[in-house]
Design a protein around this ligand. Sequence first.
Ligand SMILES: Nc1ncnc2c1ncn2[C@@H]1O[C@H](COP(=O)(O)OP(=O)(O)O)[C@@H](O)[C@H]1O
Ligand SMILES: [Mg+2]
Length: 206
Amino acid sequence: MKKIAILSQKGGAGKTTLAVHLAVAAELGGKSTAIIDLDPQASASDWGDSRDDETPVVVSGQAARLSNMLEIAEDAGADLIIIDTAPHSENASLQAARAADYILVPCRPAILDLRAIGYTVDVVNLAKKPACVVLNAVPPQGSIAHDAAKAITQYDIEIAPIKLVQRVAYQHALTAGLTAQEYEPSGKAAFEIQQLYKWTAQQVHL
Ligand SMILES: Nc1ncnc2c1ncn2[C@@H]1O[C@H](COP(=O)(O)OP(=O)(O)O)[C@@H](O)[C@H]1O
Ligand SMILES: [Mg+2]
């Protein structure tokens, strides 16, 4: 069983968006997948409740119970666990990071998000786990992603080769209890998520 933690000390960076989209991509790829939602705001759990589909399973819980929840998932035969986390929660984020095989750090290419990335990188370094930044909600045109990538080079963290563009499909899908792949299977969001999933699966040898 592989474990991926989604971390960002900044709210609104795209943690939950990434968690649910990667989880559905994994399920579509035949991997039994669950999301562990450590955010007290429970957005991923709410999304899970609003779905007709039973999968991916979404379990809400506290970081103190994480190892227990992971054990239950492993016993149940899960292939992949995606841990969604809360912003401004260094302790819980650190526990998620320590439990994970790999960490994804979504980051918007905006100045406040870029400034906040140092806090998340500190957590990643404390956990000593492989990680990378996923640029998210990148404008479809212009050089902002390039500038953001340059700004991130000052931190000790890699950048994923696939970025997610700002697309209404991500928002519409979530509102409907779906993901972009289900909402608009041949859309651009579905395609870039599939690319990101493929790349992420390689990083954890899934
Ligand atoms: N690539 C994207 N394109 C459009 N909207 C996005 C994108 N990523 C995230 N959002 C929207 O931004 C908001 C915050 O995203 P969310 O995943 O909830 O962030 P977090 O979990 O880090 O707080 C949500 O309304 C979500 O739909
Ligand atoms: Mg969230």
